[in-house]
Design a protein around this ligand. Structure first.
Ligand code: GDP
Ligand code: MG
Length: 225
């Protein structure tokens, strides 16, 4: 059983993939991200009292297959398909992105959640809730509107995709049932809630690229947990 659940955040440029990911992983809001930066993060998500290891890839530039994304796409367990409720083209663009995922996975049941971002900017809404829902239904995906800016339902979106992954592979993200008890209560409680964590001091939420050797860091992560 693979130990880490891999979640990929996709959608065209400007919809708020980096804002959503950073909101979730580090609990912060930053106005601007470099649109070309693709970054992978490690964190833990608490589902029904169990701390699951999750790796999140915040993608950038849908046209180019970066080595990081290519590897990740194949091993990705679940996908957040993000559009902006203020830009109607961004919902349509999810069709091509989904096809790309299905080409790689050859599995129509790959877990997906369609996420309409920028709910705080509802006065500029260009896509109705019904339109978002309809596309999600067509994709056999779940649906949620969120706001990275106000933090509204960002955690729910990640919980939702992880639950869908678990529904398909119940043991994903845990070391295995016999070692489940190594997750000590106090320590994990801190790392489980990314909103409360200072990303500089918490190794669980460190950017993977900050690490010199991912194999070593994987090992040490086991000890941390
Ligand atoms: N109003 C509003 N703006 C957002 C929200 N999320 C992201 N943005 C803005 O949308 C732009 C693109 O965000 P970014 O995360 O870089 O998008 P990405 O290209 O998909 O990674 C930035 O100017 C963000 O400040 C949100 O929830 N509400
Ligand atoms: Mg980005």
């Amino acid at each position: 059983m693979r130990m880490t659940i891999k979640i990929i955040v996709m959608g065209v440029g400007g919809v708020g993939k980096s804002a959503i990911t950073n909101r979730f992983v580090a609990g912060r809001w930053i106005d601007k991200y470099d649109p070309t930066v693709e970054e992978s993060y490690q964190t833990t998500i608490d589902i029904d009292g169990k701390a699951l290891q999750v790796e999140i890839l915040d993608t950038a530039g849908q046209d180019a297959y970066t080595p990081l994304r290519e590897t990740f796409m194949h091993t990705g367990d679940g996908f957040l398909l993000v559009y902006s409720i203020t830009d109607d083209q961004t919902l349509e663009d999810l069709r091509g992105i989904r096809e790309q995922i299905l080409r790689v996975h050859r599995d129509h049941k790959v877990p997906m959640v369609v996420v309409g971002n920028k709910l705080d900017a509802a006065s500029e809404r260009a896509i109705s809730v019904q339109e978002g829902e309809a596309l999600a239904e067509e994709f056999h995906a779940s649906f949620l509107e969120v706001s990275a800016r106000t933090k509204y339902r960002v955690k729910e979106a990640f919980d939702m995709i992880v639950r869908k992954v678990l529904a398909k592979s119940p043991k994903a993200g845990s070391n295995d049932s016999s070692t489940g008890s190594v997750f000590g209560a106090g320590k994990i409680d801190n790392s489980m809630d990314p909103e409360k964590v200072d990303s500089k001091t918490n190794s669980n939420n460190k950017k993977k690229s900050d690490r010199k050797n991912s194999n070593d860091s994987k090992k040490s992560k086991c000890y941390i947990l």
